[in-house]
Structures are given as C-alpha cells and as structure tokens.
Design a protein around this ligand. Sequence first.
Ligand SMILES: *Cc1c(COP(=O)(O)O)cnc(C)c1O
Length: 369
Amino acid sequence: MTVPEPPGRLTIDLSALADNYRALAKRAGPGRCAAVVKASAYGIGLDRAAPALWAAGARTFFVAHLGEGVAARGLLPEAGIYVLNGLEAGADPADYLAHRLKPAIGSLEELARWSELAARTGRRSPCALHLDTGMSRLGFSSLDALRAAMASHAQACGADLLMSHFVSSEAPGDPLNAIQIARFAEARAAFPHLPGSLANSSAIFLPERPIHDLARPGYALYGGNPTPGRENPMRPVVTLSVAVQQIRTIEPGATCGYNAQWTAKRPTRLATLLAGYADGLPRGAGATDDRPGAEVAIAGRRCPLVGRVSMDLTIADVTDLPEDTVRPGVRAEMFGATIPLDDFAARSGTIGYRLLTGLGPRYARRFLN
Ligand SMILES: *Cc1c(COP(=O)(O)O)cnc(C)c1O
C-alpha cells in the first residue's frame, strides 16, 4: 500500500530563500550577512535550508541550542556556527568544541566554564560575547559586567564576536532602538578588536543601519516582512495549502464551530478544510460575531475563516466564491503567494514567526529547486 498524501501541504521555495539571503546580504553590505537557522530554520527544515543558504553564500550560521548546532555542523562542515543560548546549563563545554560550535557567552559563570576548558585543552576556543542592551534575557547585564569578566578571563577567551539583540527593531519609531544602538557602540569602543553583530531582520532596514560587521537575519530569510506596515521586500518562501473536505449551506441564525462563536447573517456556504490547531493554526484564526478573522484563498479568491478553529478542521465562508471553484479536494491557500504570511498571522492574533515555527508534523513538505 502506498502512503496517502496528507491533506495539508507545505510548499517551500528554496530559490526564494536563496534570493532573500542574497538581497539581505546586499543590503547589509559592506558588513557580512549570517543566517539564523534556529528552530529547524523557522519550521521549514534545517536539512534543506542550511545547504541552500550555504549555496547562496552564507558562511556564518546562528542556532539557538547546542543540539541544533550539532545538527547544523553535520550539514555545514565548513561554516562558522554560533549557539545563541550560550553554554547551556548542564552542557559539557567540550561538546561545543568537539563540533566547533561557538557559544554566545552571556555571563561570568559561562565565561569561566569556557576559559577553564581552554586552559585544560590548551586551545583558545572561539566564542561570541553577548551583551544585554535592553532585552533582560540573555547576555552580560552591562558593559561593566562584561569588562569585569574579561578582565579575569581575556587571556583564555577566544572571543571573535561581540553581539547584542534588539527589543523592537520592527518599530522604527521606538526610542529603545536608539538607546540600544548607543549602548552597543559604547561596548564596541571598549573592545575595538572584536567584530560586532547587532542587526536581526528588521534592524537591517532601520534608517540607522546598525549592521556593524555581521547581520543576523532569520525571519526575513523565510519570507516574513521585516518592515511591518510597509510593502514586504522579501519573496514568500512558505505556502501552506489545505484540502477542502465538505461543503454545506446553512441558514441565517445558524452557527458554526465549537461554542457557536460565529453566526450566519445570510444563507451561507461553508467549506470545511482539513487542518486545525493540532497543525499549528491559531485557534482564533476564524472570525467570531465580535471580530473579523483571517482570510484564505481558493482558486485565487479570498474568503474568510469563520468560527473557532478545531483540532483538525477549519471552516471557511465561501458564499461569495463562484460555486464551481469550491469542491471537495480543492486546496485553500492559508498563506503564501496570495495571502501574505504576516496578514494571516495578524488577522489570527499572532505573528508570522509563531506560525512558521509552530507548523505541525502532519503536513507534506514539498521543496521547489
Ligand atoms: C532569533 C534571533 C535573531 C533573528 O531574528 P529575526 O527577527 O528572525 O531576524 C537574531 N539574533 C538573536 C539573538 C535571535 O535570538
């Protein structure tokens, strides 16, 4: 028996991914451009994304976890690979060294563990130094804390990058951007021999161009809009399409879905789609009586999702679509070339990052190029 094709399909355009990398690299120039491939390359699959990005010219990669770094090393024997989470609590620093992974060190305790390894092995092992300029999440909490740590460990520490991370670079008007840019500039002046890396996807598009030596985009590579509210400069990479299973007509006053959150105001034709929140669709993607929801596209025409998304099913209102275009087996595009990822996310009450990284395991994945 052949394995049946699942009703939900992800089409992943690796040539669009490569184009996006090249466009970001051009924009980051004369700085270099890395690729952030954490969380399975934002859900599209590290095993296909990493070699495609390498072929497009990326030579430096960022992952979040040690385990992701080990997987990336297997795919990218010659790349520079940084582990953003740093020396994970409980991890053996020797495992980083064994796979030539560079932790983004963010505390005195981590730096001491890393230096101890260097002293023991006699190898100055490369790492990044992560300064917290406003996230209060990871990294040395101040330039003074970083200075103090380096004063005791500079000899053994093979740092080759100074990095920090923006709080809200997607909002160019946020005053925190200027504060973080200034804090990072001060740190670079204190460690002038270290290359710097500050910009995520959106920061590459800030008017200040805080690129320094190495940009670190993730989301924009995968087609997300780094400039919310403005036209998306990136090509879409991921298309999610889901098959229609049933079509029915309901009378005005009838409701659909759990808890009867949406009520028909006219004779309404509904199409039931074969994916739900177990596949990563937001439970609130459908319209309720109080607020609109996301739209999907069937045969190129938009129609709204209605009612609560169920575990395995979602309902679209196809009343305004030509009757012959909606049949069982026809596919609805949830997001992709017609429905921008960021639109689908915003209308579902979430962000595109969450949609991509939450794409469930039941979809068929098809790769173009
Ligand atoms: C995820 C991440 C990035 C990439 O951010 P995007 O907004 O996806 O471009 C860069 N730097 C750090 C520290 C991150 O955690």
